[in-house]
Ligand binder design. Structure first.
Ligand SMILES: [Zn+2]
Ligand SMILES: [Zn+2]
Ligand SMILES: [Zn+2]
Ligand SMILES: [Zn+2]
Ligand SMILES: [Zn+2]
Ligand SMILES: [Zn+2]
Length: 488
């Protein structure tokens, strides 16, 4: 028995060693990094593992079925530590875009807008005409039979530029290696009912171009699956290593996009060796009832993260709806099945899943349109009789309520209760050093200090008590600063 167990153990160890062999990124047999002795890195990828002036990065690439390439920690990464800094492989305009300079992606105006003297597409001027990005496709565009009409409206042909640029870049073998690693979900993307509307004119434009290494649809797929929006500009970037990071609704890392053309990923919580490094593709705080369908529509996959796999969403009841038959709550029977029926945990009454989705969707839209403090309070009160008190729409409304300035004791006490509830739920659904936690800590402090001052004036607390509150506020500020690190 003992021998067999050792045998199994040795077998598992060998499998593990096999999986860990080769360059941390491409798997090609390479030498071990002499600085950290923890991963192999080939000549081409050594600078991704150890960028000059930085210490060795603590991740390797692992292929997972259904997800493609993922990043896995090779050593412990501490909360707040930089996981990765990446620079773009390609940038360009998306679809549904008004004319923008093809190089720098600044807005372009028909009245005073210059066009490239060679291809006649919009650019800012001479510098952008010969810029790094536009140069990729300028000569190809200038050989096309037609030049689209550029006005201030959305120009549908722009939808082809990114796909064309990716394909032209792929003619360079080094870039091709990086692009070949990227997933495209092309089969799902073509099935999208808006595919033709969104991408048809762009694909039509580039269908005239011969000898492209990728199909137009693969280019669109790479764009849809991997591109991230640039801050303050009309375009998107694709980062080669950053693209391997998978989504989790309870991610262990977060990312910041910098105008200086880079993305920086920091750990939000401690990440253990062997653990997958994840980011959240969408703003956290939306309940599974809507969140899971957004993810499916925008990124074409079914999320199976911890939060999605649990009908109670880690005990938060973020999507819970009050049962009309008893005092318990309705939750999806199988949270990974978007159309399953919902069941009450008390009386076992069942409701149709699509009806529950429609209810959440309608209430969510309504909550976005309420204005003013009184209207917000009324909606919170109404919803408390329909939804679980932790429901994400109530969270949203409470956060909205907190934006109104208040000075009366009663309001300050309500505010303190709201922000504490929000912090407690957000700590579960987005653990660690998150921007939302930082923001909520700031709000908590403002209310705490206002209330303390008021109570001091009213003689309800003494100076010693007031000083204690001030000290705790100072600690909160120090913590919040760590949450905001790198935020632009
Ligand atoms: Zn390599
Ligand atoms: Zn190293
Ligand atoms: Zn420009
Ligand atoms: Zn040009
Ligand atoms: Zn999820
Ligand atoms: Zn019930």
């Amino acid at each position: 028995m003992q021998v067999l167990e050792w045998g199994v153990w040795l077998f598992l160890l060998l499998i593990n060693v096999d999986k860990m062999s080769g360059c941390f990124l491409c798997g090609v047999e390479s030498s071990l990094c002499t600085v950290c002795n923890s991963v192999q890195a080939c000549e081409q990828h050594y600078s991704v593992h150890k960028p000059s002036g930085s210490s060795c990065r603590k991740f390797r690439v692992e292929i997972q079925e259904g997800k493609g390439r993922t990043l896995v920690a090779t050593q412990q990464i501490k909360a707040g530590e930089v996981v990765l800094v990446d620079t773009p492989l390609v940038q360009g305009p998306g679809n549904k875009t008004p004319p923008t300079c093809l190089d720098c992606l600044s807005p372009w105006k028909e009245a005073d807008g210059a066009t490239c003297t060679l291809c006649k597409w919009p650019v800012c001027g001479e510098t952008c005409q010969s810029g790094l990005w536009h140069s990729i496709e300028c000569s190809t565009l200038s050989r096309l039979k037609t030049v689209p009409v550029f006005s201030s409206d959305v120009c549908p042909e722009f939808a082809g530029i990114f796909s064309l640029r990716i394909s032209l870049l792929a003619k360079d073998p080094t870039k091709r290696d990086q692009l070949d690693f990227l997933m495209d979900h092309a089969d799902d993307i073509i099935k999208d009912s808006n595919f033709e509307l969104n991408w048809g004119p762009g694909l039509e434009l580039i269908s005239e171009v011969d000898d492209l290494p990728y199909s137009g649809v693969r280019g669109v797929g790479i764009f849809c699956t991997n591109a991230v929006s640039m801050p303050h500009r009309n375009g998107r970037w694709i980062f080669p290593t950053f693209s391997f990071l998978s989504h989790s609704c309870v991610s262990n890392s977060r990312f910041f996009l910098h105008q200086g053309e880079k993305v920086l990923v920091r750990a939000q919580v401690d990440i253990q060796p062997g653990e997958e490094i994840t980011i959240s593709y969408m703003e956290p705080g939306v309940g599974g009832v809507l969140r899971r369908r957004y993810i499916q529509e925008l990124w074409y996959f079914c999320c199976t993260c911890q939060l999605c796999s649990d009908p109670t969403e880690l005990g938060t009841y973020l999507s819970g709806v009050k049962c009309r038959e008893c005092s318990d709550y309705l939750l999806p029977k199988d949270s990974l099945d978007n159309s399953c029926s919902w069941v009450c945990s008390g009386c076992k009454a069942e409701k149709d899943g699509n009806t529950m989705h429609a209810l959440a969707s309608a209430l969510n839209t309504k909550s976005k349109s309420v204005e003013g403090r009184d209207e917000t309070v009324n909606m919170i009160e109404t919803l408390l009789s329909i939804l679980h008190p932790n429901h994400f729409i109530l969270l949203y409304l409470k956060e909205k309520w907190l934006k109104f300035d208040c000075s009366e004791k009663k309001d300050l006490e309500t505010g303190l209760r709201y922000v504490s509830e929000i912090i407690n739920i957000r700590k579960i659904i987005e653990p660690g050093l998150t921007l939302n936690l930082g923001e909520n800590m700031k709000v908590l402090n403002q209310i705490m200090m206002k209330l303390a001052k008021l109570k001091l004036e009213l003689g309800e607390i003494d100076k010693t008590e007031f000083m204690k509150i001030t000290l705790s506020a100072a600690r909160n500020i120090t913590f919040a600063k760590r949450c905001f690190e790198d935020n632009l």
